[in-house]
Design a binder for this molecule. Sequence first.
Ligand code: JFZ
Length: 421
Amino acid sequence: MQHFGDGRDWFFKNRYGMFIHWGLYSVDGWHEQVQWRQRIPRETYVKRVAQFNPVKYNPDAWVRLAKESGMDYMIITAKHHDGFCMWDTKETDYNVMRTPYGKELLAMLAESCSKAGIKLCLYYSCPDWHHPSSINQGGDHELLKQNKGDEPDIRKYISYVKRQASELCSNYGKIHGFFWDIPPRVKDSSINKLLRTLQPGIMINDRGYDKGDYDTPERKVPEGGEFSRPTEACQSVGDQSWGYRKNEDYYTRRFLMQGIAKIISMGGNYVLNVGPKPDGTIPGESAEVLRDIGKWYRRVKPAITATPASKYLDHENFMLTRDGNKLYVVCHKDLPTSGIVLSPIGIMPERASLLNNGGKLAVKLEITPKHYRSRPFLHVQGIPVESFANEPVVIKLEFKSLSDKILDGMAARAKSKEYIF
Ligand code: JFZ
């Protein structure tokens, strides 16, 4: 994939991150959009300001969890749709300084991240269910009607957004990315321009006031072998909510890892979300999911973060990536068999191993009855699929020498008559 050749290229080296949805809604422990989905009037919803007191908030612990889990960056909701601001903004009183906690949550997190080398990115919602100038007329993630006393005015609202984005990009050290959410009704590229002036090297997503730098597929694993535009997929540990939920339906680790394996092998980034509790701690179950996935991620990271090479080998159960003379077979779906034929790979590696446990694998070049071709293909056998039924299996093949030319040649021959009896 084409890189930018500027500061934004951090994104291509840091491929796995933590997403954090945290705000007043954590008090309910239901869903980050509780205000809208339960039709709670603004004057009732704001009572949570007096209840938000995350006395156990310890951003060092969050950062430690991210690092332990193999993550390199973090995105936190500075402002979600409810309009509540998690930083000391001069633009509205509806912010964390007015809670009993009364401390600069965001500055504390920025400091922890910078100490530990975790790259900080910010999420900011375009819809706003609180600000009197914002539009709430039943559009995408808007309230069905304006709050009492509102004076909707898109120009005024956009200048508010700009002033807030300036604060966020001026007062918290280096901001590596900006995740706008819910594409707004109007486009205005001066907003992202401003962000880039304040934070050169900032990666901006596609849900804001112009198309930004990268795409953000959500809760889905795209088809295909390689992304054509920089991409960051997001997913949460639970199916119901992004914000803290008391009775969350947690995904299986296997399900999440399969998505991570596929998306990162396609050249994309992946952020996995957790919703901290109102006391400021990340739910134990969520932290365990992250840590467990991290144990697998560390073992397979060299493979899934290598260059996508699936154009040479297109298979529904696995993807190919390449790093110099090494090829990796990333099995992002359950492998139904203990042996696989890697057509059109027709040369022997010097070594074949399983990244999951470091063990050696048996490989042969042979003509197998199921792939009856006149030339042999690489056949990997004895993959311990039963022992690794709960995590994506990744195979490493080390060749003496491998080039685009060799790979292209094999792929072309496989399509030609030469290969057919
Ligand atoms: C949005 C938010 O509404 C939600 O609360 C959460 O913050 C999530 C990360 O983003 O929801 C979306 C946004 C985009 C799509 C779907 C839900 N989408 O592109 O399909």
